[in-house]
Design a protein around this ligand. Structure first.
Ligand code: PLP
Length: 396
């Protein structure tokens, strides 16, 4: 069965994804099953998406109830789920207003557009540049790949969009100089770089970024597409750093697996998005927003972020234990359940061997193993993966 599906997929789907030869058929909690009935403990969670685990009963029920009531009407009309989700987000974040779309890249597009429009509306025509970070990741659309500080993402798509300048992440002097020498409208960054290698900033870095933005009237945009929705042990990662952004983008885990994106901002900036300034046919559609609201309520009512913090600390400790035992481990990093283990050699083969032993993990930047399980992961599951890693790393 799986061989047939794989052959068929490889003949009709663009070859944009290089995948192992398994077909995933079912999921529950932190476990996935393939079409051959093999089980895998999932330390990828659909790339930090299924934070409550697979087929969560509360989310599934909210989704099917809404599907029986109303699927879609477009943004020509008001709906209850969209309104309720926006109020939940406004009540639980720094933001006053929300624009809904369908993916992370679209959320960043909205952030880029509103930042430029904000200064246009003030008559500051020349303030359109956005400073972003080297090794960042902001998406695959033309604007967001232009904002992404990785050549491999931009390669082959020249000319990329103008208006983006790059500085090294975690280098406050470089940012300060760049802001002073260019008329920029915003700084766009991930509080913790995800795809770039699970790179955390120095404790004071983001505070200083906030300060420079305040001094120069520059907008601060946080891309929390990967770090948001409890992933780091707080609802949003900015909460760790004692500051707030002016604009924040969300997607990935926001509806636990349904496609959604959101751009959140303060009232004074939201004014730049008046009628007709931006739009999305599907953005904030009832089925998806109903599932999203239930995801967020579950996350907060069941104290999932506390669990994430505890499991994250435990997991990191176990990874440090591995580092003591295996010379090929260079570094262990991350917070909450956004964890990375940098190797001195390429990591792809360990993804394969772990999968053969029933664990899904992921490798980024060639040599960093990334662990982003559902936030409901338990100690026993972490222990099993650590034992597996101890074994496969020991083979080297
Ligand atoms: C995944 C990701 C994106 C892109 O999201 P898509 O939904 O794939 O468009 C943007 N920024 C960050 C930080 C991400 O992790």
């Amino acid at each position: 069965m799986s061989n047939e599906i794989i052959a068929k997929a490889d003949s009709v789907i663009t070859a944009t994804y290089k995948r192992p030869p398994v077909v995933i058929a079912k999921g529950k909690g932190c476990t996935l099953w393939d079409t051959e009935g093999r089980a895998y403990t999932d330390f990828v969670a659909g790339i930090a998406v299924c934070n409550l685990g697979h087929a969560h009963p509360r989310v599934s029920k909210a989704l099917s109830d809404q599907a029986e009531t109303l699927f879609h009407v477009s943004n020509l009309y008001y709906t209850i789920p969209q309104t309720e989700l926006a109020s939940w987000l406004a009540e639980n974040s720094f933001a006053d207003r929300v624009f809904f779309c369908n993916s992370g890249a679209e959320a960043n597009e909205a952030a880029i557009k509103i930042a430029r429009k904000y200064f246009r509306d003030k008559g500051e025509e020349d303030r359109y540049k956005i400073i972003t970070m080297e090794k960042s990741f902001h998406g695959r659309t033309m604007a967001t790949l232009s904002a992404t500080g990785q050549d491999k993402i931009r390669k082959g798509f020249d000319p990329v969009l103008q208006g983006f300048d790059f500085v090294p992440f975690n280098d406050i002097d470089a940012l300060s100089e760049k802001i002073k020498s260019s008329a920029c409208c915003a700084v766009l960054l991930e509080p913790i770089q995800g795809e770039g290698g699970v790179r955390c900033p120095d404790p004071e870095y983001l505070k200083k970024v906030r300060q420079i933005c305040d001094e120069t009237g520059t907008l601060l945009i946080f891309d929390e597409i990967q770090t948001g929705i409890g992933r780091t042990g707080t609802l949003f990662a900015y909460e760790h750093f004692g500051i707030e952004p002016d604009i924040m983008t969300l997607a990935k885990a926001l509806a636990n697996g349904l496609p959604i994106g959101a751009m959140l901002t303060k009232e004074r900036i939201a004014e730049a998005f008046g009628p007709g300034a931006h739009a999305s046919t599907f953005g904030g559609t009832p089925v998806v927003t109903a599932a999203s609201l239930e995801t967020l309520k579950t996350l907060s009512e069941e104290n999932i972020t506390d669990h994430c913090r505890d499991m994250g600390a435990y997991f990191k400790d176990r990874l440090l234990w591995l580092k003591d035992r295996h010379d090929i481990i260079e570094d262990v990093r991350g917070i909450g359940l956004l964890l990375g283990m940098k190797l001195k050699i390429k990591g792809g083969r360990f993804v394969t061997t772990c999968m053969e032993k029933g664990f899904l993990i992921n490798c980024i930047q060639e040599n960093i193993l990334r662990f982003i399980p559902p936030l409901i992961i338990e100690k026993e599951e972490i222990d099993s993966l650590v034992a597996c890693l101890d074994e496969v790393l020991g083979d080297e």
